[in-house]
Design a protein around this ligand. Structure first.
Ligand SMILES: [Zn+2]
Length: 281
């Protein structure tokens, strides 16, 4: 049985600031160790509950998907690192996997939570799929659902677990920190956080029959609203993208794989008005 772990960083216990999530940050080296160790706890739980192969996808865009430490991650994990890549936070996922774990995730831009954002905190204001607002949890759940693979576990702050359960009541959530503000949280120590993650993965794997792939009906209408009009102008260059108002692009496709690829491309065309190229976190 193959298990896929998509590991982001903003939802890891102890991570509350750009100084953690940016490679130039004072606390980045600490944050990547904390992230790596939370991922390792999930790998161990998957292996202890019947997994024969566990992939860990480094899914934190802040350093182009290169935050997890290969010399520190669980020795039996397969690590997907670096980017850009076609399927971003779920690169390599296909129908052969039994379950996806979203580890260290965060709330969407318009929902309070620690370091909340959607895809790129500096560029994107809102994303909807068939008029339902989604963040990275919903977007990745819909892509996993396209392959028939359910999300089994979501870990992060308490608000992130709430957002995930509102969309997918069947998931097991591991709360490793509690929201106080966008840049503050009450945090578990790594040992306790690993225990929560281990338990949530164990619960999901022993109740796999209750999990459902998250499906978005076809055709799928993506609406992508940017913070700046210039970003919408750039995104409109993608073939098939249509500008529906000053800040918003609409793109319609039959399947989620096409939506996902084009959504990533449109966000990556983003340029801030002041001309610098700064990747989102
Ligand atoms: Zn991230």
């Amino acid at each position: 049985m193959r298990i896929y772990i998509s590991a982001d960083q903003e939802g890891v216990s102890g991570v509350v600031h750009r100084e953690h999530t940016s490679p130039q940050g004072y606390d980045y080296e600490l944050a990547r160790r904390l992230m790596t160790d939370e991922a390792s706890a999930a790998v161990q739980a998957a292996l202890d509950n019947g997994a024969t192969e566990v992939w860990v996808s480094d899914s934190h865009g802040g350093n182009t998907f290169r935050s997890i430490l290969l010399d520190r991650i669980h020795p039996d994990a397969h690590l997907i690192t670096g980017g850009p890549r076609r399927l971003g936070q779920l690169e390599g996922l296909d129908k052969s996997f039994a379950m996806v774990i979203l580890l260290g995730y965060h709330t969407m831009h318009n929902f309070d939570g620690v370091l909340n954002h959607t895809i790129n905190g500096q560029a994107v204001h809102r994303v909807t799929l068939n008029d339902v607002e989604v963040g990275e949890i919903g977007i990745n759940a819909a892509l996993a659902g396209h392959f028939g693979v359910p999300i089994g576990v979501v870990t992060g702050d308490d608000r992130t677990v709430a957002e995930a359960k509102a969309l997918m009541p069947w998931i097991s959530g591991a709360t490793v920190k509690w929201y106080l503000s966008r840049y503050a949280a009450r945090c578990l120590t790594p040992k306790k956080a690993h225990g929560e993650i281990y338990q949530a993965v164990t619960d999901a794997m022993s109740n796999r029959k209750r999990l459902k792939p998250y499906k978005v009906g076809s055709p799928i209408k993506l609406r992508l609203s940017f913070k700046e009009t210039g970003s919408a102008e750039s995104a409109a260059r993608v073939n098939g993208a249509r500008r529906v108002d000053s800040h918003t692009i609409e793109f319609v496709a039959k399947d989620m794989e096409t939506i996902y690829e084009n959504c990533s491309a449109m966000v990556e065309l983003w340029q801030p008005a002041w001309g610098a190229w700064i990747r989102g976190h």
